[in-house]
Ligand binder design. Structure first.
Ligand SMILES: NC(=O)c1ccc[n+]([C@@H]2O[C@H](COP(=O)([O-])OP(=O)(O)OC[C@H]3O[C@@H](n4cnc5c(N)ncnc54)[C@H](O)[C@@H]3O)[C@@H](O)[C@H]2O)c1
Length: 280
């Protein structure tokens, strides 16, 4: 996609962080903007900023882990503006960080995988057939992570490996179909957002009696929140995304800070094939 003005963008997780920056950027590009988030007050605040800029916006409270909510978001977008050209499958949470992977409860998995992975499945399932049907140039942005391409360290990493794999399959299937739809597997590094405070929006129905937050997990979240605060501004990610969409490639890494880890993972995999570094 080269031109943005006059087209329609849908952004999930638009109440905070990168989703908010993407929504504001699409508004600045002259697009109609449709936003979803589970946190109503944050969603309303983003909608107000867009309205104040004189741009048309539709805001729909959306739980991205529910297919019916994503379908309702798409219906609202089409009712207001017609065909959707750009979708940011962006909402995500830090998820379970509260112990070894075997100690995670079914609800830890359901929350983390629901928000980070099923959301993207539902976004693809809902928006891509509609994009194919309208036939105009379109683009899907799936927010992966640098953790998608380094050795997975936790449940979050598991979900982000899955999202990049889904993006690769989507890219290949769309190319095979000769579709006029681009895909960006966006891999942000360290970005100044509220990601490590994601538990603020964990549905009460998806917690166990103990509340699912360990003391160690809480400390880790606060340490990581401070690390992210020193990271790249979300608006800068939005700028790089515009360039990447116009460029047409599949992957967008926001920076080279994680290169050593990417190389180390892939070298360990290759080396294992010849038995040089068993267990690496
Ligand atoms: N911040 C980083 O360093 C970083 C790095 C790599 C990838 N990411 C990814 O970027 C994406 C955006 O996160 P962010 O960093 O801007 O964090 P953020 O917490 O600032 O924003 C995430 C938004 O998602 C919303 N959300 C949470 N659960 C939801 C649900 N069930 N339904 C709908 N909305 C929901 C939150 O309310 C929030 O507004 C996520 O997919 C995250 O995994 C972030």
């Amino acid at each position: 996609m080269q031109e943005f003005a006059g087209k329609t963008a849908v952004v999930t997780g638009a109440g905070s962080g990168m989703g908010k920056a993407f929504a504001l950027r699409w508004a600045a590009e002259g697009m109609n903007v449709v936003i979803g988030d589970i946190q109503q007050d944050a969603l309303d605040a983003t909608a107000q900023e867009i309205k104040d800029a004189g741009v048309s916006v539709v805001a729909v409270r959306t739980d991205v882990s529910k297919l019916a909510d994503i379908e309702a978001l798409a219906d609202a977008a089409e009712a207001a503006f017609g065909p959707v050209h750009l979708v940011n499958n962006n909402a995500g949470v830090e998820g379970y960080l509260d112990g070894p992977i075997w100690a995670a409860t079914a609800r830890d998995w359901e929350w983390t995988v629901g928000v980070n992975f099923w959301s993207v499945v539902y976004g693809v399932r809902t928006f891509v057939p509609r994009m194919l049907a309208h036939g105009q140039e379109a683009h899907v942005v799936n927010t992966c992570s640098m953790t998608s391409v380094v050795q997975a360290a936790n449940m979050y990493g598991i979900t982000k490996h899955a999202v990049i794999a889904l993006s690769e399959v989507l890219w290949n299937d769309l190319r095979k179909a000769g579709a006029n739809i681009g895909v960006t597997a966006l891999c942000p590094g360290t970005i100044a957002t509220n990601l490590f405070h994601g538990s603020r929006n964990r549905p009460t129905g998806l917690t166990d009696d103990g509340g699912n937050i360990s003391a160690d997990g809480e400390q880790l979240r606060e340490r990581m929140h401070a690390v992210l605060a020193a990271g790249m501004a979300p608006a800068e990610v939005a700028s790089r995304l515009v360039t990447a969409i116009r460029g047409g490639g599949l992957y967008l890494l926001t920076d080279h800070e994680w290169d050593d880890q990417v190389i180390a993972r892939h070298e360990a995999i290759i080396a294992s094939a010849v038995g040089e570094k068993a267990g690496a």
